[in-house]
Design a protein around this ligand. Sequence first.
Ligand code: ADP
Ligand code: 5GP
Length: 194
Amino acid sequence: MAPTTQLPRPIIVSGPSGSGKSTLLKRLFEAYPDRFGFSVSHTTRSPRLGEEDGIAYNFVTKEAFRKLVDEHSFIEHARFGSNLYGTSVGAVKSVAEKGRTCILDIEMEGVKQVKKTDLNARFLFLQPPSVEILEKRLRGRGTDKEEDIQARLAQAGKEIDFSHIPGVHDQIIINDDLEKAWQEFKAFCVPDER
Ligand code: ADP
Ligand code: 5GP
């Protein structure tokens, strides 16, 4: 792999679960199919309806995940709720090898770890208009059990508090109106089109 300084800078998208990361990323990949590549994380969570192994995530057992940790396969990894998530060196490398901008969708502990690496990433935080609206969207998505929704809402407060620390993120986008958020998201990811 070429030195990271010669590669397009990776983009780290974070924000509470339900803030709209997947929705906006789907649009981005559809609008720019050859420009970006998704860093496919490993997770121990079960696939949701429609999530394909190797596309949305690499779905693995806790044992397999721990083995990868022991083998130093991850750039960063963290627990979210009762599940483990991690970005492998291989996931980022396979995007970089195509010359594409690598996009990571990760939570805040991962953000802290990425900041300590030489990835030279840009950090974008997606914020819901309010916790009440976030709760409605999480419920509306219909993918999570009640206890998971409660855990995700509890975590949302921590993510939002962390995002307020000056300098953590290069940009914060409030995802109220989807079209407005998309325009801001696109402008951050494709700055040369501004
Ligand atoms: P994340 O990937 O951050 O967990 P999603 O992209 O799955 O969040 O979005 C959570 C839910 O909120 C989805 O059902 C999505 O369709 C909906 N949603 C996202 N953005 C908006 C918006 N601006 N207005 C209304 N609903 C939205
Ligand atoms: P979900 O279960 O909704 O797909 O993801 C839950 C949370 O885990 C989200 O905040 C998402 O950004 C985060 N996440 C997904 N993959 C990774 C990863 O590889 N590392 C870290 N640290 N967080 C991740």
